[in-house]
Design a binder for this molecule. Structure first.
Ligand SMILES: [Zn+2]
Length: 224
């Protein structure tokens, strides 16, 4: 109750506006700072057969959860804000949002965010996939663990490369660090912000499976 009163007070003094269209929003009428009208333009995926099939085509896994379709009209701006907006709390909120829409993964799994290079993390201050995983884990009550995955290459962003180029660039990009491998036996659900060809998730899965880990599937915020 006190939390809601405090929120109402803050709203009274600082009117909030939608981060996409700039229209005023209320505390409950938005998703991570975007108004309900803008959220309608995201192309939100309903949990079900269609979303799972789209996902399976690219990663061939048994379990998946997806936020929305990556489109130039609306949701691309949100992804850009997640990466470069310097607002990790907003990314975590998007994780909360997906977790309230989709059933939790099977019991005993750990969420493993796709790592970014330490240099990039230093520049940005956070890894968006890790923040997303934190938001999911909070609602689902699932542990977040690096599970030994590391990013070795500090290359240019792969966004926009063609399929073959991406696949080549991904070789040697990710690696395994035994010291970071804490949850040795738990099955893994990978977490990333965008799924394009699925090459990144397949690469991460391969690395983990070579070390005897079971990878059940993945959660992504946007499907390109
Ligand atoms: Zn809006």
């Amino acid at each position: 109750m006190i939390k809601y009163l405090a929120q109402a007070l803050i709203e009274g003094f600082v009117p909030q506006t939608c981060l996409s269209c700039g229209m005023p929003i209320t505390y409950y009428g938005h998703v991570a700072g975007a108004c309900s009208l803008c959220v309608m333009n995201w192309g939100v995926y309903e949990p079900g057969v269609v979303s799972s099939t789209l996902f399976k085509e690219r990663m061939n896994c048994v379990w998946s959860a997806v936020g929305f379709r990556l489109s130039d009209g609306g949701s691309r701006a949100i992804i850009h804000k997640c990466k470069y907006g310097g607002e990790p709390r907003r990314v975590k909120k998007l994780g909360n949002w997906i977790a309230t829409r989709w059933d939790p993964p099977p019991e005993g799994v750990v969420l493993v965010p796709v790592p970014i290079h330490p240099k990039r993390k230093l520049q940005r201050g956070y890894n968006q996939a890790e923040r997303l995983a934190a938001g999911l884990g909070e609602v689902w009550d699932v542990k977040v663990d690096g599970a030994g995955l590391i990013r070795k290459k500090h290359g240019a962003s792969l966004t926009g490369s063609n399929r073959q180029g991406r696949s080549q660039a991904l070789k040697q990009t990710y690696g395994f660090n035994h010291k970071k491998n804490k949850s040795k036996m738990s099955p893994v659900i990978l977490v990333d912000d965008v799924l394009t060809t699925g090459a990144t998730l397949r690469e991460c899965r391969e690395i983990l499976e070579l070390r005897g880990r079971v990878v059940l599937g993945a959660v992504v915020l946007a499907l390109a």
